[in-house]
Design a protein around this ligand. Structure first.
Ligand SMILES: NC(=O)C1=CN([C@@H]2O[C@H](COP(=O)(O)OP(=O)(O)OC[C@H]3O[C@@H](n4cnc5c(N)ncnc54)[C@H](OP(=O)(O)O)[C@@H]3O)[C@@H](O)[C@H]2O)C=CC1
Ligand SMILES: CC(C)(CO)C(=O)C(=O)O
Length: 369
């Protein structure tokens, strides 16, 4: 039996225990914000762990995930920071959505397939004035959460640019860098302030829709990385895989253009030039786009982690989004469509029967066009 949520002390000492906190005050007036992280996985534990230095954080997750944290505590590695260890008895862990009731801010960090469930957990449980922030990949999660939560609470979009992987039970490793981004709305200010205090770079953006589309272009590599079985640095260092990504991005850019969206430039590469730069020979690519390869040797895409753990992936919200957008405008996106089939097959076969896709993946995708 997994124990239900406990009111254990939080990571960092607080002025007073959270249960004594008057609910009439708001954060900022000398008290720490109360943050619930809905979806305690790679991103949720990473952000929740870092923010717990400056806020009262509850991690809401699946019983099995919470058991791991109870047994091992939470350790955060990488990201250019010293390793941070939070012993289990200083974490606040919950398996019930009832834990959301106390929060000023709920960070939603479930995979896109879990957004409907997260919306159900949130509906009717938020305290007056509480805000919801989706830190998920994909384009439609904030709108889905907004529909579930209703008009009484703001729901804003955020974006996590870097990679986090659970490398051992309770150990979450940040393998690349970049600033978090958050919609420049009043509801995002509390997170922006808390993140800054916790030493996390964060940008408030007035073009979140374009940011989400820019991130989608990057995430088209998730499936390729997962199928390759290689760490990101090795995979992106290989022209054959980069050309697969270039094919996917060309289709996506055409669909986005038809949809009237100019994706924001998020990395070193200018968005419209990305497919051409990706297709350059390895040495030239390394010289021109060294920043694109600034991922450490351990980093892998979250889709790889899903397949490795035998979970459904977010392929419908990534390649699936491109295929649907293209179809709305009478365009085809065959390379993206083929990747959906390949990822589906990998989901079906499970981790034990996995075969990795070598550079011949390019031939497959080219043939699909
Ligand atoms: N990992 C990464 O490097 C990055 C991920 N992202 C995005 O961030 C989001 C989160 O990704 P990631 O952290 O990797 O995902 P994980 O799968 O590691 O974590 C999500 C966790 O939330 C759990 N969960 C789902 N629904 C609920 C619920 N209603 N209540 C409690 N727990 C729930 C999941 O359990 P279960 O599996 O049983 O559903 C899972 O344990 C995704 O949209 C992803 O694309 C963005 C940037 C980088
Ligand atoms: C950071 C990045 C692009 C890494 O692949 C990612 O978003 C993911 O893995 O889901």
């Amino acid at each position: 039996m997994v124990p239900e949520p406990t009111d254990r002390p939080l990571d960092a000492p607080t002025d007073r225990p959270p249960t004594d906190r008057p609910r009439t005050d708001r954060p900022g007036a000398g008290r720490r914000p109360v943050i619930a992280v809905l979806g305690a996985g790679s991103i949720g534990c990473h952000l929740g762990g870092l923010l717990s230095a400056v806020a009262d954080v509850t991690l809401v997750g699946r019983p099995a995930a919470m058991e791991i944290l109870r047994a091992h505590g939470l350790t955060l590695t990488g990201g250019g920071r010293p390793t941070r260890r939070i012993p289990a008895d200083r974490l606040r862990l919950a398996t019930s959505p009832e834990a959301l009731r106390d929060a000023d801010l709920v960070l939603v960090t479930v995979k896109s397939g879990g957004t409907t469930g997260a919306g159900q957990d949130l509906a009717g449980r938020l305290s007056p004035g509480a805000a919801v922030i989706s830190l998920q990949n994909g384009l439609h999660n904030p709108a889905q959460l907004r529909a579930a939560v209703g008009d009484a609470h703001p729901v804003v979009a955020g974006m996590v640019p870097y990679n986090v992987l659970q490398t051992a039970p309770g150990v979450f490793h940040q393998g690349s860098g970049g600033a978090l981004m958050i919609d420049d709305q009043p509801a995002g200010i509390a997170l922006a302030e808390a993140a800054e205090q916790a030493g996390l770079a964060i940008e408030r953006r007035a073009d979140m829709r374009e940011v989400q589309h820019g991130k989608l272009l990057m995430n088209l590599n998730n499936a390729i990385n997962a199928l390759s079985g290689l760490p990101l640095r090795e995979e992106l260092g290989s022209r054959a895989y980069r050309r697969c990504l270039a094919l996917c991005q060309r289709e996506a850019l055409a669909a986005m253009r038809a949809d009237g969206v100019r994706p924001a430039r998020l990395g070193a590469l200018p968005t419209a030039l990305m497919p051409r730069l990706l297709a350059l020979p390895d040495g030239v690519f390394r010289r021109l786009a060294a920043a694109a390869l600034q991922v450490d040797a351990e980093a892998r895409s979250s889709t790889w982690e899903d397949l490795q753990r035998g979970r459904r992936t977010e392929i419908d919200s990534l390649q699936g989004e491109v295929v649907a957008m293209a179809a709305r405008h009478g365009l085809a996106a065959p390379a993206n469509a083929r990747l959906i089939e390949l990822v589906r097959a990998a989901e079906e076969s499970g981790p034990a029967a996995r075969t990795w896709a070598g550079p011949e993946l390019l031939a497959e995708l080219t043939a699909a066009r």
